[in-house]
Design a protein around this ligand. Structure first.
Ligand code: FEO
Length: 388
C-alpha cells in the first residue's frame, strides 16, 4: 500500500505491527515501521531508504502498484539493515539504479550486504542531485546513531527525510498521528534508547534541521511530522543540559531487604517533594527505564549482594545506564548484604561514562535496621540539597 504525501511523492514503506523487540534488546510495545519514500521528478525517480529484509516484498509490491518501472537512485541514509537490508532485492528488480550515499555508508553496505562497488554513487556533504524539477540535498549528520548517517532535503517541497533521526517506534496506518501525547511518549522512548548516547551530536543536528526550516519531516520509523516544531522542541528539551530533580531507582530484591530499603527511600524522597521513579528489574520494561533517565538528576541503584557482587540484573542496569550516557549528575547505591562483598566497587566501575558525583551509598547487613534507615535519610537530604 502506497500513500501519497505530495504530488509525485509517496510513502512506500512497511508496517511491522507485531514486532516486539529491536536489536534483541529494546521492547517495542507499539511495533514499528520501516518508512521508505518514492520521489518522482520530471527526469529521474529516487527511492529514499528501503525496509527491513523481513518486509522486502511489501516494498516491492508498493513500487509495482505505483507503476515504478525504472528506478534511477536508491538513497541510502544509513547502513543498518532495517533501512538498507532490502537494497540488494531492489537492485535485482531495478538493476540500473545507483545506490546514492556517502563513502562511510558505502563501505558499510559492502560489508553488510555485499553490494558490488559499481552499484554506488558516492556523494559529499551538502551535494545536490537533480531529479529534474526536484532537487535533493544531502546533509551529513554523523552519530545519529551511527557514524555514516545522513539526511536528505527535498528543496522544492521543503521535506526533510531524516531516517532514524526524529523517528519513533510506532506502527500506524496513518501518515500523521493524531494522538500527540502518545506520539510524544513514543518519540521520547525512541530518543532515550537510541539517540541519548549521542546527545552532543544530536544538539547540533537539531540546529541544522531548524536552519533548513522544513515544513514536513519524514523519518524512517513512525509517523511523519507536519508540525516540525513539535518534534524539534521536544528534542531541544531532551538534549539540553537541564535536569529535573527526579531520582531513578533501578533495583532488584531477592528476599525483601533491598525492597524494604527502596520502599523507605521512595517515601522519604516523596516527603521532600522529590519525584521517585522505582523500576523493579525483575519485571521492568527497559524502555521505560531509559525514558526516565532522559531528565533525571539522580540514579540510585538498589541491589542485594549475591555471590560476593551485585545482582546480575543490577549489573545489567548499570551497563545499560552507562551505555545510554544520560545527563545524570548524581549516583548512589543502596542494598543489603549477608556476609560482605564488593558490590559498591563493582557497580561503580561499571559507570565510567557518567560524569557524576557519587553520593554515599547505604548498605545494610541483612534486613535494614534503624541505622540503615537513618543512612537513607541522609542520602535523601544530600539529594535534596544538591544543585540541579
Ligand atoms: Fe532504524 Fe539505526 O536503524
Amino acid at each position: 500500500m502506497s500513500l501519497p504525501i505530495k504530488e509525485n511523492i509517496y510513502y512506500v514503506g512497511a508496517q511491522d505491527v507485531e514486532r516486539r523487540l529491536f536489536d534483541a534488546l529494546i521492547p517495542l510495545p507499539d511495533g514499528t515501521s520501516y518508512n521508505s519514500y518514492i520521489i518522482r521528478g520530471s527526469g529521474k525517480t529516487a527511492l529514499i531508504d528501503t525496509v527491513d529484509p523481513t518486509k522486502t516484498q511489501i516494498l516491492l509490491d508498493n513500487l509495482k502498484a505505483l507503476g515504478i518501472q525504472k528506478l534511477d537512485y536508491i538513497i541510502a541514509h544509513h547502513g543498518e539493515q532495517d533501512h538498507s537490508g532490502s537494497i540488494p532485492a531492489v537492485l535485482k528488480v531495478y538493476p540500473s539504479a545507483k545506490v546514492v550515499t556517502n563513502q562511510k555508508c558505502k563501505d558499510e553496505l559492502i560489508d553488510l550486504m555485499m553490494i558490488s562497488d559499481d552499484k554506488f554513487m558516492v556523494i559529499n556533504d551538502r551535494e545536490t542531485l537533480s531529479l529534474g524539477d526536484k532537487t535533493l540535498e544531502f546533509i551529513f549528520a554523523p552519530w545519529v546513531h551511527w557514524p555514516e548517517t545522513m539526511l536528505t532535503y527535498l528543496r522544492e517541497d521543503k521535506i526533510l527525510f531524516t531516517c532514524d533521526f526524529l523517528g519513533a517506534h510506532l506502527s500506524t496506518k496513518e501518515l500523521y498521528f493524531a494522538d500527540i501525547n502518545k506520539l510524544y511518549q513514543s518519540a521520547k522512548r525512541y530518543y532515550a534508547e537510541i539517540m541519548m548516547p549521542f546527545r552532543v551530536s544530536i544538539k547540533k543536528h537539531v540546529e541544522t534541521v531548524r536552519s533548513l526550516a522544513p515544513t514536513l519531516i519524514a523519518p524512517s520509523h513512525g509517523p511523519l511530522h507536519n508540525n516540525p516544531a513539535f518534534i524539534l522542541d521536544a528534542y531541544q528539551d531532551w538534549v539540553s543540559d537541564t535536569v529535573k530533580n527526579e531520582v531513578v531507582i533501578p533495583y532488584v530484591s531477592m528476599h525483601g531487604s533491598t525492597q524494604a530499603m527502596v520502599d523507605y527511600f521512595v517515601k522519604a524522597l516523596e516527603g521532600k517533594g522529590i519525584k521517585a521513579l522505582p523500576f523493579d528489574l525483575a519485571e521492568a520494561d527497559i524502555g521505560e527505564l531509559a525514558m526516565a533517565l532522559v531528565d533525571a538528576s539522580t540514579v540510585v541503584i538498589g541491589s542485594p549482594t549475591v555471590l560476593a557482587g551485585p545482582h546480575p540484573k543490577a549489573v545489567f542496569a548499570a551497563v545499560l545506564a552507562n551505555a545510554l550516557r544520560p545527563k545524570t549528575k548524581y549516583v548512589s547505591i543502596i542494598g543489603s548484604f549477608g556476609w560482605g562483598g564488593k558490590m559498591v566497587e563493582q557497580l561503580s566501575a561499571l559507570l565510567p561514562n557518567l560524569k557524576v558525583e557519587v553520593l554515599a551509598p547505604v548498605l545494610a547487613k541483612g534486613y535494614p535496621k534503624e541505622t540503615d534507615f537513618k543512612g537513607i535519610d541522609k542520602l535523601v537530604e544530600a539529594i535534596y540539597n544538591r544543585k540541579q
